[in-house]
Design a protein around this ligand. Structure first.
Ligand code: GUN
Length: 297
């Protein structure tokens, strides 16, 4: 369209491949010491999205020649039984990273369960000790999606220093750690951060002031062209399943209405193929990091 700049598509898939190639020498070093980085995934209930996420994560480990195992439980699993399993994984020398796929069924106390994962094996970065370390600027494991977003920004040389980043969504998995990370006094930080959420009045008032928007509310298409200013960079974290009559029965939609921001935003991550592949790449990176710390102190 005349007078409108093209919106650059930030290819998370490409950044993820770059991360895997960079991790190669570290995993080879570990393997030469007879250590294969190992992940244990714990999957409770039958949430179809969680099933796919865990399958994609463990498949990636296998493709990279790393170790992974999945422990499945019915939705009505006894909480003590689950905690007991986590304690055994904490002690298992072939496991360097433990992932409890969220959300857990309502009858389980997610926070209590996440406390039981050893902070040394908490490759999701959800243990309060690791989130606390992040808050004081001494991160150990950074949650995978926020960490992956920083890698996308780094790869495409998008500076955050002095920029206004507006994050939409305050989840423990993305929004909250993202706001902590970007406000840290460090290179891929030093941003002014605004954290909008479901009780924010007039989200557009904030997003229109943003240099960078991280859309992580889980609301399909909620960020529209009228809510942004020209030149903004948009990271779309949404992975919303929209039912359709395709063979799969659904398609994925982001939190951004991609067609309405096209030509206004300077750059946008696609859904799928943007942030999603980075979450998995960062899970691999965190597990390799855990193996290094545990095996070669
Ligand atoms: N559910 C949605 N995203 C994530 C994630 O990054 N880790 C875990 N454990 N569960 C999730």
């Amino acid at each position: 369209m005349a007078g409108r700049a093209e919106t650059r598509i930030l290819q998370g898939k490409e950044v993820a491949e770059h991360v895997y190639s960079q991790l190669g020498s570290t995993t080879e070093k570990l393997k030469s010491k007879e250590t294969v980085p190992g992940l244990a995934a714990v999957l409770v209930g039958e949430n179809p999205a969680s099933e796919i996420y865990v399958r994609n994560k463990t498949r990636r480990f296998k493709n990279l020649g790393l170790y992974s195992e999945t422990h499945r439980y019915p939705a009505d699993v006894n909480q003590d039984h689950l905690v007991d399993k986590i304690h055994r994984l904490n002690e298992d020398p072939k496991i360097h990273g433990i992932l409890v796929q969220l959300p857990l069924p309502d009858q389980l106390d997610s926070q209590k369960i996440l406390y039981e994962v050893s902070p040394e094996k908490d490759v999701d970065g959800f243990h309060p000790e690791n989130l606390g370390r992040l808050a004081v600027g001494e991160p150990r494991f950074i949650p995978c999606t926020p960490k992956g977003i920083l890698e996308i920004l780094r790869y495409y040389e998008i500076a955050t220093e002095g920029k206004h980043v507006v994050i939409v969504g305050r989840s423990k998995i993305v929004g909250r750690p993202m706001s902590l990370l970007l406000s840290l006094k460090r290179k891929r930080g030093n941003a002014t951060t605004t954290l909008c959420h479901s009780r924010t009045q007039n989200i557009g008032h904030f997003t229109r002031q943003a240099d960078i928007i991280v859309a992580a509310a889980g609301a399909p298409g909620m960020i529209t062209g009228d809510m942004i200013s020209p030149g903004v960079i948009i990271i779309d974290v949404g992975m919303n399943r929209i039912a359709d009559d395709s063979e799969k029965g659904y398609h994925l939609s982001g939190d951004v209405d991609a067609s309405s921001v096209e030509g206004i935003a300077a750059a946008l991550t696609p859904v799928p193929g943007g942030v999603g592949p980075m979450t998995i790449a960062m899970l691999v990176a965190n597990t390799v990091q855990a193996a290094l710390r545990l095996e070669i102190p």
